[in-house]
Design a protein around this ligand. Structure first.
Ligand SMILES: O=C(O)c1cc(=O)[nH]c(=O)n1[C@@H]1O[C@H](COP(=O)(O)O)[C@@H](O)[C@H]1O
Length: 281
């Protein structure tokens, strides 16, 4: 029986706390860890993070760009990391932020969401800014394979408002429309739907200002921006309010800066997870 991603994530957050550790092998971090800026360095880095946090946090999120910048050898490492992450029992969210017209989106869906594909983790980040309907092939495949999606809604970067806060002909903001479409797909699903949103921990009161009803999404809310971008306990509580139980706080550099020592990385992840749990309880 296929257990949907939303149910698997809810169980993982209950068991391990509401933290996702981003695996972002920045050039500067590789250097700080004494690793070469090539695919072998990225491999050592990512496997070290998995050794530290695999099976101990709800999810990990390898950021595809940092693997892709090393070409096919880097992509092969991403495939290895997706498999190794899943082997630890921790959910793997592949952060590739894909988005394209529907027919091409079908090919991305095959790559990142189809059983047997080496790049398919448990969930994928995707962009709805070619129109929410363009995501249909990914939504169909995610739901039929027990995987999840995190659709960019209110992102943590300062430029996101240009598109996300814009109002459509009927006066509804783009972000509110994205959230409503995700909510419709998750309607009535217990304990949590599988079509999540990305809502940055740094957005302040933007959900209220844009008319986004986060609780009504009834799906997971991936909250990057924790740690290095300034999101902390106060920000998480402020941004998410009544939707707190849906939040998966995500930190990359905030945890990774504690490396390369495994015990230090593990302790940093524990602290971040405990802080997020306290802020979201
Ligand atoms: O989808 C994401 O994960 C994401 C969305 C967003 O709005 N903001 C954001 O920072 N991210 C990702 O989250 C990670 C943040 O890294 P740190 O700032 O080091 O914690 C990066 O991999 C970003 O690409």
């Amino acid at each position: 029986m296929i257990v949907p991603f939303g149910a698997r994530l809810a169980a993982a957050m209950d068991a391990s706390g509401p933290l996702c550790v981003g695996i972002d092998p920045h050039q500067s971090l590789l250097e700080a860890w004494g690793l070469p800026d090539d695919a072998s360095g990225v491999r050592s880095f990512a496997l070290r993070v998995l050794e530290a946090v695999g099976g101990r946090v709800a999810a990990v999120k390898p950021q595809a760009a940092f693997f892709e910048r090393h070409g096919s050898a880097g992509v092969a490492v991403l495939e290895e990391v997706v498999a190794a992450g899943r082997d630890t029992g921790t959910l793997v969210i592949v952060d590739a932020k894909r988005g394209d017209i529907g027919s091409t989106m079908g090919a991305y869906a095959d790559a990142f969401l189809r059983d047997g594909s080496p790049l398919a983790g448990d969930a994928l980040t995707i962009s709805p800014y070619l129109g929410f309907g363009s995501l249909d092939p990914a939504i169909d495949l995610a739901l039929s394979s027990g995987r999840g999606l995190f659709v960019l809604c209110l992102t943590s970067n300062k430029e996101g408002h240009e598109v996300q806060h814009a109002r459509t002909d009927d006066g509804v903001t783009v972000a509110a429309r994205v959230a409503a479409r995700a909510g419709a797909l998750n309607e009535g699903v217990e304990p949590l739907g599988s079509i999540g949103l990305v809502v940055g921990a740094t957005i302040g009161d933007a959900a209220r200002r844009t008319g986004v009803d986060l609780a009504a999404v009834n799906g997971p809310l991936l909250a990057p921006g924790v740690g290095a971008q300034g999101g902390g306990a106060r920000e998480l509580a402020q941004v998410f309010g009544a939707a707190r139980r849906q939040v998966l706080a995500s930190s990359s550099r905030g945890v990774l800066a504690a490396g390369p020592d495994v015990a230090s990385l593990r302790a940093a992840a524990r602290r971040a997870s405990d802080e997020a749990a306290a802020a979201l309880s």
